[in-house]
Design a protein around this ligand. Structure first.
Ligand code: PEP
Ligand code: MN
Length: 352
């Protein structure tokens, strides 16, 4: 793929590139007030959704064209660059007409090659920077395919946004990070900037700071974070937005470590360990959930929690399975005794 730098006028080329602003442009006042506070804190690129793809009808679907002049006002009054999501040819035309500086393609749109192609065709002949969010499903090829469609249309200033992947089994995160997917994207297209969207990954304010740090530690180039002057009353994605003030604290606390030659290999391996540990934790949490379901069943059928034959069977079988995979049998016993005792504790809570 032939790529150029994002080249955002007035934005220093350093990690992290920060894009911030509300999920949706709700009112002119909300847009301008949020932008002013962000600009005062040094944020250079303002995001706001004008057209909002919502999972279900009835939610706020954006103000549409009416909100585009508000972005022009932001630009005029704060000097920030502006960014919005486009999903159709019409959106692209309107956004360009109003001078939006940076476009992004949302996760639902990236999953649809017809829609991406339509956007690519409309962008042909322009030189706008475009960021492509990962598709909702964990399909790296589909993500790369979307980047290629834009690149084939002559768009050279491309970037990717990692916003996590949908899952039926909602756990800690709204969208599972599956970090190995953007890491593999980095390996496949090393010159492509990758930006993390901790707001849509987490769906929760309190997880934004640790996700930002993780993204920086994984050498992501930037962060796109939802920020709203009054998050609790936001018209969309209220639970994941932070005030510009909180965003400032999050950004100031970030530790930016640059990798150097000697530690690079180690960094790569540690990323893999982190990913595996997260998977382990999620798998354990899933096991506990099923265990609680068993607890409910036992309660309804007046069965005892501890069934020793089942317990012995688990410990011995797991030890054997572990040995077959080159692990120590005693180690396996310790691990499964600990897991089992936490299962019992969780079932006791249900019995009470
Ligand atoms: C958004 O950025 O507000 C948005 C709708 O994100 P996504 O496409 O990642 O769901
Ligand atoms: Mn949102």
């Amino acid at each position: 793929m032939e790529l150029k730098k994002l080249g955002l006028t007035g934005v220093e080329e350093k990690r992290p590139l920060v894009i911030a602003g509300p999920c949706s442009a709700e009112t002119e006042e909300q847009v301008i007030a949020t932008a002013k506070q962000l600009a005062d804190n040094g944020v250079k690129v303002f995001r706001a959704g004008i057209w909002k793809p919502r999972t279900k009808p009835g939610g706020f679907e954006g103000n549409g064209v009416k909100a585009l002049p508000w972005l022009q006002t932001v630009k005029k009054e704060t000097g920030m660059l502006t960014a919005t999501e486009v999903a159709t040819a019409k959106h692209v035309e309107e956004a360009l007409k109003y001078g939006v500086d940076l476009l992004w393609i949302g996760a639902r749109t990236t999953a649809d090659p017809f829609a991406v192609q339509e956007i690519a065709d409309t962008l042909q002949g322009t030189d706008v920077p475009v960021l492509i969010k990962n598709p909702v499903n964990p399909d790296l090829e589909l993500w790369i395919g979307a980047l290629q469609r834009l690149n084939n249309a002559g768009i050279r200033r491309l970037g990717a946004i990692h916003r996590g992947f949908s899952t039926y089994d909602k756990k800690l995160y709204r969208n599972l990070p599956q970090w190995h997917i953007p890491i593999e994207l980095r390996r496949r297209i090393p010159e492509l900037p990758i930006i993390c969207d901790p707001s849509h990954i987490s769906g929760r304010r309190d997880l934004i700071a640790p996700l930002c740090q993780q993204a920086m530690d994984l050498q992501f180039d930037g962060l796109i974070i939802e920020s709203h002057i009054d998050p609790d009353n936001a018209w969309s994605d209220a639970s994941q937005q932070v005030t510009p003030e909180v965003l400032n604290i999050i950004l100031n606390n970030l530790v930016i470590r640059e990798t150097n030659q000697t530690t690079e290999n180690l960094t790569e391996l540690r990323k893999q360990i982190d990913e595996i540990d997260i998977n382990l934790i999620e798998t354990l949490a899933k096991r506990m959930r099923i265990s609680r379901e068993i607890g409910t069943y036992k309660k309804e059928h007046e069965m005892p929690i501890l069934q020793t034959t089942r317990y012995d069977e688990i410990i011995n079988k797991r030890a054997q399975q572990g040995i077959e995979l080159s692990m120590d049998g005693e180690f396996m016993k310790v691990v499964f005794e600990a897991i089992h005792s936490e299962s019992v504790r969780q079932q006791m809570l249900i019995m009470e």
